[in-house]
Design a protein around this ligand. Structure first.
Ligand code: AMP
Length: 399
C-alpha cells in the first residue's frame, strides 16, 4: 500500500455530489452528545467542500446497532450539532440508501449538506455488500473518506463505495497517512517506538513489524513482564502470559539481529495487588525489575525507567507511542504514563500518539497541542503500525 493518496484538493468537486464518510460515532448520554470533538474535527473537510460548491452527502456509523434500526443510535443529534457548528441547516435523511436519502440527495444545491442515517442500520454495511455499496455510491459522483477510525474495516461506506466512484481522502485521513505513513516508510532517525498496555498478545504483530523499522523499541505496561519472565526474571504476581515467552525471546533475538535497541523497565512500581476499585488509594514501593518479590504485583514503571525512557525520547527524531506504561487509571500508578507523555510533549521530534488510552492521557494532561499528531483511530492506528493494508485507505486513488 502506498500512502501517497489523492485528497480533496486534488479533485474537482465544484457542483459535484460528494459522499463523505465521517466518523460521527460520538459519545451520547440520554440522547445528548457529551463530546463533539469528532464533529468539530470533521469540519475542515466539510467546509472546504461546501466552499467549493460541492453538494455534500455526509455518512457515518454510530454505535453497534447490528444491522437494525435502533432509535438511540440515530444520527439526529449529530445533524443538529452540525447545523449549529456550520451555521447552516444539515438535514438528516430518514434512511441511508432509501427513498428519503435519495430524494434529499438529489435535491441538494451547491454548498448544501445532508446527513444520511446511520450506515450500520443496514446489515449489508458491515458485510461490505456490493449492492449496498453501489446504491450508496449511486447518490454521488465522488467519495471522500475522512473516517480514519473506521479505515481498518472493509465496510461498504469505508471502502466498498470506492469500487463505483473515484475516491480521495479528506484532511483528517490525509494527516493520518502523511504523518504516520511517512514515519513508517521514511522516518527521520533515530526512530523510537514506545509500546505499553496490558497484554503482549494484543501487540504481537506491532512488535514484530516495528522491529524492522525502528532504532529503539521501548516496552512498558503489563506486557513488559512477559519479556522480563522470558529473560528469566521473577515477576511476582504481575501480569504474565506464559504462552508468549518463546515469542518474547524470539523478539529479543530479532532486535539484536536487526540492531534495534530494545529497552525494558529497569525498575518497577509494585504493590500487594491490583487496586480495587481501580482508582483506590494504594501503597507502592519501587524495586529493581529483576527483583520483584513473589508476593508483589508490578503496576507501573519506576523512576529510573522513566528517566531512561525520557532520555531515549530526547535523543529521537521520530517517536511513536501506543499504550500506557502502567495502571494509569490510578493516580499513584499514572506517573510512568505521565512521564512518557511529558517527554513527548517536550521533544522537538515528530511525535505520534496512537489512539486510545495514550491519546486520552495526552489530552487530559493538556499536552495534545505539543504532540505532532494524535491519531483519531485506536484500532486503525495499531493496524497501521502492524504494517497492514487498511481497506479504507488502500481504496483511495494514488497521487
Ligand atoms: P491496552 O488496552 O492494551 O492499551 O491496555 C491498557 C490497559 O493496560 C490499561 O487499562 C492499564 O490499566 C493496563 N495496564 C498497564 N500496565 C499494567 C500493569 N502493569 N498491570 C496490569 N495492567 C496494566
Amino acid at each position: 500500500m502506498t500512502y501517497n493518496k489523492k485528497n480533496i484538493e486534488d479533485i474537482d468537486v465544484a457542483g459535484k455530489k460528494v459522499l463523505v464518510r465521517c466518523d460521527f460515532n460520538v459519545p451520547l448520554k440520554d440522547g445528548v452528545i457529551t463530546s463533539d470533538k469528532r464533529i468539530v474535527e470533521a469540519l475542515p473537510t466539510i467546509k472546504y467542500l461546501l466552499s467549493k460548491g460541492a453538494k455534500v452527502i455526509l455518512c457515518s456509523h454510530m454505535g453497534k446497532p447490528k444491522g437494525e434500526v435502533v432509535a438511540k443510535y440515530s444520527l439526529a443529534p449529530v445533524a443538529a450539532r452540525l447545523t449549529e457548528l456550520l451555521g447552516q441547516t444539515v438535514e438528516l435523511a430518514a434512511d441511508t440508501i432509501g427513498a428519503d436519502a435519495k430524494s434529499k440527495a438529489a435535491a441538494l444545491k451547491e454548498g448544501q449538506a445532508l446527513l444520511l442515517e446511520n450506515t450500520r442500520f443496514d446489515k449489508r454495511e458491515e458485510k461490505n455488500d456490493p449492492e449496498f455499496a453501489k446504491e450508496l455510491a449511486s447518490m454521488a459522483e465522488i467519495f471522500v473518506n475522512d473516517a480514519f477510525g473506521a479505515a481498518h474495516r472493509a465496510h461498504a461506506s469505508t471502502a466498498g463505495v470506492a469500487d463505483y466512484i473515484p475516491a480521495v481522502c479528506g484532511y483528517l485521513v490525509e494527516k493520518e497517512i502523511s504523518v504516520m505513513g511517512k514515519a513508517l516508510e521514511t522516518p527521520e532517525r533515530p526512530f523510537v517506538a514506545i509500546l505499553g498496555g496490558a497484554k503482549v498478545a494484543d501487540k504481537l504483530n506491532v512488535i514484530d513489524n516495528l522491529l524492522t523499522k525502528v532504532d529503539t523499541l521501548i516496552i512498558g505496561g503489563g506486557m513488559a513482564f512477559t519479556f522480563a519472565a522470558a529473560k528469566g526474571y521473577g515477576v511476582g504476581k504481575s501480569l504474565l502470559d506464559d504462552t508468549k515467552l518463546d515469542y518474547c525471546r524470539e523478539m529479543m533475538e530479532k532486535a539484536e539481529k536487526n540492531g534495534v535497541q530494545l529497552l525494558l523497565p529497569i525498575d518497577t512500581t509494585v504493590a500487594d495487588g491490583f487496586p480495587n476499585p481501580i482508582d483506590a488509594p494504594i501503597d507502592v514501593t519501587v524495586v529493581d525489575s529483576d527483583k520483584i518479590p513473589a508476593d508483589k504485583e508490578g503496576l507501573d514503571i519506576g523512576n529510573k525507567t522513566m528517566e531512561l525512557y525520557a532520555n531515549a525520547v530526547k535523543a529521537a527524531k521520530t517517536v511513536v507511542w501506543n499504550g500506557p506504561m502502567g495502571v494509569f487509571e490510578n493516580p499513584t500508578l499514572a506517573k510512568g504514563t505521565i512521564a512518557v507523555a511529558e517527554a513527548l510533549a517536550e521533544s522537538e521530534a515528530i511525535t505520534i500518539v496512537g489512539g486510545g488510552d495514550s491519546a486520552a492521557a495526552c489530552e487530559q494532561l493538556g499536552f495534545a497541542d505539543r504532540i505532532t499528531h494524535i491519531s483519531t483511530g485506536g484500532g486503525a492506528s495499531l493496524e497501521f503500525l502492524e504494517g497492514l493494508e487498511l481497506p479504507g485507505i488502500a481504496c483511495l486513488l494514488d497521487k
